[in-house]
Design a protein around this ligand. Sequence first.
Ligand code: ADP
Length: 244
Amino acid sequence: MEEIRLIVDGKRLDGRGFEELRPIKIEAGVLKRADGSCYLEMGKNKVVAAVYGPREVHPKHLEDPSMAIVRYRYSMAPFSVEDRKRPGPDRRSIEISKVSREALEPVIMKELFPRSAIDIFVEVLQADAGSRTACLNAASVALVDAGIPMRGMVTSVAVAKVDGVLVLDPMKEEDYYGEADIPFAFLIRNGKIESITLLQMDGRVTAEELRRALELAKKGAMQIYQLQRDAIMRKYIREEEVVE
Ligand code: ADP
């Protein structure tokens, strides 16, 4: 196979520096029928999140008398990737749904809503690596938009190792041809990273590289966190203007 160089003259293929995020765009409250929603772009990823609840649990037997149940469904549109993706759940989307739900559950104050459900749907309209991280960022904003009481915000970003160096927020070529891909999610509370709620890895790095990857991901997450907050503030300002 022809060797693919991902770093040329100290720059990545899309011109970014190693520690640079892709351009991010976030808009809260884009869907009328959902209790909370968010549209988010992270580079070429385009995703929508919709949150419903707290609401009655169906089927009833899933109810928990002591707290709300949280459900998360990650799904990719058939037109979201180059080769058409077969519609419907597959192993990958089931796995992403599970780890993403687990990444969000610690921030949701489930104990306030016994016998109810909080349903989070994320739809990937266009994917370009890191779609799980884009969806988590959107879901977190949609949860706040829905008025669900939260302990903080979840912010997610990946770090990859490509051509021997660590890079923030890998795009598709870096994910495909790189040596490792490490998505993270953090619980950010009062403007500080409090814990890691998702950490996955494929590929191979040294323990020291993993430590550096964590630091790099934290830096990226703090930037994304500001954009998540800005999006929520913009939504509230819009609502106030409508009321007046
Ligand atoms: P993530 O999107 O969270 O990085 P993966 O690492 O599994 O998740 O996928 C990386 C990228 O590979 C996706 O963002 C998408 O661009 C592409 N991809 C994933 N699944 C498919 C598929 N079924 N067909 C074509 N491309 C896919």
